[in-house]
Design a protein around this ligand. Structure first.
Ligand code: HEM
Length: 132
């Protein structure tokens, strides 16, 4: 890992980001806590996530160019994001990073960078059943 480069460049740019998103969403949709929140057709979500993570990790600003200011917390307000769901999201990401072969220390840097927003998006207290 080169600390002088962005996360985007450390990962290997667009190609790796695609592989990451493609490894991440199959895990998300079968996750009992967060899977039910997502639409049956996951492809548009995958594309938006690819565009968002590109800019979030220091690559081209694909998401803002297409959709304007991300306002990502606001975009999640329509969904009950509990602390458990934030952890489930991050666990899917951790597993996806492992699957595509992103090694330490980069893997931890990526997870750290995402755990801020994941916890920031929490908008609902813990519950036993995480009702939709
Ligand atoms: C904390 C747990 C999280 C949950 C439960 C969650 C869940 C969701 C759901 C249900 C959607 C909408 C899918 C649809 O279009 O119907 C969504 C969209 C999205 N999420 Fe998350 N998310 C989480 C964390 C994150 C994080 C940490 C990021 C990035 C840092 C992120 C980035 C996005 C993006 C880019 C979209 C697409 C937004 C758009 O429609 O333009 N999410 N998320």
């Amino acid at each position: 890992m080169n600390p002088n480069l962005s996360i985007y460049d450390n990962l290997g740019g667009a190609k790796t980001l695609r592989r990451l998103v493609e490894a991440f969403y199959p895990r998300v949709v079968v996750d009992p806590l967060i899977g039910p929140l997502f639409p049956a057709d996951i492809n548009p979500v995958m594309e938006k996530q690819y565009m968002f993570l590109s800019q979030f990790f220091g690559g081209p600003s694909l998401y803002s160019d297409a959709y304007g200011h991300p306002m990502m917390r606001a975009r999640h307000m329509g969904f009950q994001v509990t602390p458990e769901r934030a952890e489930a999201w991050l666990a899917c990401m951790q597993a996806a990073l492992e699957e595509i072969g992103v090694d330490e220390p980069l893997r931890s840097v990526v997870i750290k960078r995402l755990s801020g927003p994941a916890h920031h998006f929490v908008n609902t207290a813990s519950s036993d059943n995480n009702d939709l």
